[in-house]
Structure formats: structure tokens, C-alpha cells
Design a protein around this ligand. Structure first.
Ligand SMILES: *Cc1c(COP(=O)(O)O)cnc(C)c1O
Length: 455
């Protein structure tokens, strides 16, 4: 521990830590266009991360979409310190505690009581698997065991465990493990970029939603009897490259799921918690003046403010009631050791407190407008396509054949003190909500520089 320079930490990390989502050889290949720098972080403060050599990076992607109110947030820190002195953990089977009860009540209230039961895990992929298992088991308990297949959207991402890969449609993550996976049915995405020739931009988004809903209807007409649930990422398909779509799709999908007796699972792991302009993304799909509601909803990532691993599946009374019986086999016997961890729940409560006290959904509308203004000049760039935004997610596609574009861009942005990690040729911003106007300008300038350097 004597040497605390970047160099020593990255060498030790490369030797001992197997990093996620990474070809480890690319960390070692300095000087090659494939090189991916490994950056040892010593500490974080607000929207900034600091390395051991005193260099800083503005966290433009909220540390993989988790951080909402900055690193080392004083209010979340204080809540966690207090919780640490009270109760760090207790098993949730047969026991309960204040943070898990309060969090469950508050999440239910945020869905206007429509999703009144909360089941906990520690990561997003597990939440996906819980939702799939709950849906399947609901139908089995209801005397309809033939409803045992799932539907997902083209380009969907719901996590990478073997069960979650079944409803993940990203070839890079899925193909290698295809023999292990019981793949779901894939229906077309409502992504607005699939506009047809002659459609005005204003019509395109609605038409894409309607065409995709038409395909869903056809699929349900043929296979509805076997389908337990449709799982979607509401409004923005994150890992597909911030594919955005019109809320009309969710409204139509909700009606079709009702008609064909199929559960609608909203995976709000990335888009929930104020990210898209409403607290939950699905609330932007409105029917007769009220938001549509899913039967099951997955939350993770931002729910703990980006502090601790926590995920939760919320379900309707109807689903919950189908498991109540004298028989243990009819119960939902899923478990994780750290289910409902008090520290993680307390971080989530502190996060919800900040939403309420600071009126974050309204604040985010102003920040989103600022991001929009700061990025607007990019629309003039000849290689920038489909500049788009939904609340606190902004993205554009870069027209290039260079297979190393994303790495070149990433490295160039780091040189300008910005953490911006493109997905393929899609560059996006998804900053923490505490980002200031000056920091938004800093990110926009880093993008401009990185585009220049990478193209
Ligand atoms: C990140 C993500 C997941 C998986 O969450 P992990 O905690 O990484 O397992 C699932 N669904 C969506 C939409 C995500 O963005």
C-alpha cells in the first residue's frame, strides 16, 4: 500500500481484478487503437471523480446510470452513518425492519397504490428474473401453466444472468451463451429511428409506436395463450444505444396485454427514479387522464442513489393474492441472502427524501432544457444523426465506419476531464441530477472536442 500513484493501482488491478464488460487484454495494449485506459479512482465529490494523480473526471454517465445526487452526497452519507450504528443487516425471512417497511410503503405510494407489494434483491438482473418467475408462477397458481413463455422487444436489455439473458436481445452479450438460454420471443421495437421514407419527424415517432404495437398484436393473437408476460424498458432502451420511443406504444401495449391476458413488466431499472421527466417513465403513457400501470415493475440502479446494490420488484394485489395459500409450493420461494438490506434501503429512503424535499422532477425539467440547449449545435455536425433526448438522457448517433470510434471518443473525452462512454456509435449523456449549468457546458465542450479528435 506504500505507492499510491495511478500506475501502481492499475497494475495491481489488471493483475488481480477481472473487470466487467471488458476484454482485459485491451487494458494492457497501450498505444493500440483498441486500448481502453483503466483509471484508478481515489475519491468522488459531487459530479466529479478524482484519480490518484490528481486528475478529475466529470461523471457524464452517472457511473453506469446509478448515481443521482452526486458522489459523497452529505444527506445520503448522514443517513447511512446513522443506519450503520443502528442495524447493518438482518435476514428478511421471518424478520423485518424499519427501512424496508418504510421503503416498501413509499414505493407503493409512488405508484398510487397500484403496486402495493415489494420484493427485494440486490441487482437488476435478479429483479428481472424475479419478475419473470413471479409472472410464470402466478399463471401456474391460477391453473394456466401453459402460460410459460415471454415476450421482449428487439434490442432489449434486462440483465446478463442466464435467466435475464432470455429476454435480452443484444447479440454481443447473448450469442456466446445462446446454448444455455431459453430465449424469449422478440417483437419489433417502437424505436422512432425506424421511420419510413416520407414520414415527417413529427409523425414518425407515433407511427413507429403504432406499427410496433400492430406487430405485438399479431404476435399475441397467435401465441397469447402461451405468453406469461411482455417485458419492456419504458420509453428508452438503454443498452440498445438509448433507443427512444413514443409513450403511445406503452398505452397500446397495456391495452393489448389486458386483452390477451398477459402481464406487462416495466423494467424501470435505468429509466425510473426521475430519469425521463416523470418519477417512473411509464407514467408518461396516459389513458383517460391517468397513467397506465404495469403488473410488475423492476427498479434498481438509481433507487439507492448509486450507493449500494439494491433492486426491488413491485407487484399488483392480484399477483400477490395468487400466492396466498396453505401450500408452501404455491408461495414465492425465491431468496437472496442480502434481500432488503437495511443500509441499502436506508440509502433509498434518503434518495426519496431528496426527491421530495427538493422537488427533483421539476428541477430536472430545467436541467434537461439546459442540456438540450448545450447540445443543440451538434445537430449541424455532418456526421451527427438522430440527436434525441428524453429528460435527463440525451443521445446521438455518429455516422462512421471506424470500429475504434467509441474508444477514441472515450479516451479523448477523458483528456477533457469528462467520463462519456459511447455505446458503439451512440454517444450519450446521462449525468447525475446535481450537475450544474457550468458542468453541462463542460460536458458539451468535451463532446465537441472528442468528436473532433475521434473522427
Ligand atoms: C442495468 C440494467 C439491468 C441489469 O441490472 P444489473 O444490476 O446490472 O444486473 C436490467 N435492465 C435494465 C434496463 C438495465 O439498464
Amino acid at each position: 500500500m506504500s505507492d499510491s500513484s495511478n500506475q501502481s493501482w492499475l497494475a495491481r488491478s489488471q493483475a488481480a481484478v477481472w473487470h466487467p464488460c471488458t476484454q482485459m487484454q485491451h487494458h494492457a495494449h497501450t498505444g493500440s487503437p483498441a486500448h481502453l485506459p483503466l483509471i484508478p479512482i481515489s475519491h468522488g465529490k459531487g459530479a466529479w471523480l478524482y484519480d490518484f494523480d490528481g486528475k478529475r473526471y466529470l461523471d457524464g454517465i452517472s457511473s453506469w446510470w446509478t448515481n443521482l445526487f452526486g458522489h459523497a452526497n452529505p444527506r445520503i452519507n448522514a443517513a447511512l452513518r446513522e443506519q450503520l450504528e443502528t442495524l447493518e443487516h438482518v435476514m428478511l425471512a421471518g424478520f423485518t425492519h424499519q427501512p424496508v417497511v418504510e421503503l416498501s410503503e413509499r414505493l407503493s405510494a409512488l405508484t398510487a397504490g397500484t403496486l402495493g407489494h415489494a420484493f427485494y434483491a440486490s441487482d437488476g438482473a435478479s429483479a428481472t428474473e424475479i419478475a419473470l418467475k413471479m409472472s410464470f408462477h402466478f399463471w401456474r397458481n391460477s391453473g394456466r401453466p401453459q402460460k410459460c413463455e415471454f415476450l421482449c422487444l428487439a434490442g432489449s436489455y434486462h440483465g446478463e444472468t442466464v435467466g435475464a439473458l432470455a429476454v435480452t436481445d443484444v447479440a454481443l452479450f447473448k450469442d456466446a451463451y445462446a446454448p444455455l438460454v431459453r430465449a424469449a420471443h422478440v417483437v419489433p421495437s417502437p424505436d422512432f429511428r425506424q421511420a419510413e421514407a416520407g414520414e415527417t419527424p413529427a409523425d414518425a415517432s407515433l407511427n413507429c409506436a403504432r406499427r410496433a404495437a400492430g406487430a405485438l398484436e399479431q404476435h399475441l393473437e397467435q401465441h397469447g395463450e402461451k405468453i406469461a408476460a411482455l417485458i419492456v424498458e419504458p420509453l428508452v432502451q438503454g443498452a440498445a444505444g438509448m433507443a427512444m420511443y413514443d409513450p403511445e406504444y406503452l398505452r397500446l401495449a397495456r391495452a393489448l396485454c389486458d386483452r390477451y391476458e398477459v402481464h406487462l413488466i416495466c423494467d424501470e431499472i435505468a429509466v425510473g427514479c426521475g430519469r425521463t421527466g416523470t418519477f417512473f417513465a411509464h407514467e408518461q403513457a396516459v389513458n383517460d387522464g391517468t397513467p397506465i400501470r404495469p403488473d410488475l415493475m423492476c427498479l434498481s440502479k438509481g433507487i439507492s442513489g448509486g450507493y449500494l446494490p439494491l433492486s426491488v420488484v413491485l407487484c399488483s394485489d392480484a399477483i400477490y393474492a395468487a400466492f396466498l395459500d396453505d401450500s408452501v409450493a404455491r408461495a414465492f420461494l425465491h431468496s437472496h441472502s442480502y434481500t432488503g438490506n437495511p443500509l441499502a434501503c436506508r440509502a433509498a429512503l434518503a434518495t426519496l427524501d431528496i426527491f421530495a424535499e427538493d422537488d427533483i422532477v421539476a428541477v430536472n425539467r430545467q436541467k434537461a432544457a439546459k442540456i438540450s440547449t448545450a447540445l443543440a449545435p451538434l445537430a449541424e455536425h455532418p456526421q451527427v444523426k438522430h440527436l434525441r433526448q428524453r429528460g435527463m438522457i440525451a443521445a446521438f448517433d455518429v455516422d462512421t465506419d471506424d470500429p475504434y470510434f467509441s474508444r477514441k471518443f472515450y479516451r479523448a473525452a477523458l483528456d477533457r476531464e469528462a467520463l462519456i462512454r459511447p455505446i458503439g456509435n451512440t454517444v450519450y449523456l446521462m449525468p447525475p441530477y446535481i450537475v450544474s449549468d457550468q458542468e453541462i457546458d463542460h460536458l458539451a465542450q468535451a463532446i465537441e472536442h472528442a468528436l473532433h479528435a475521434a473522427l
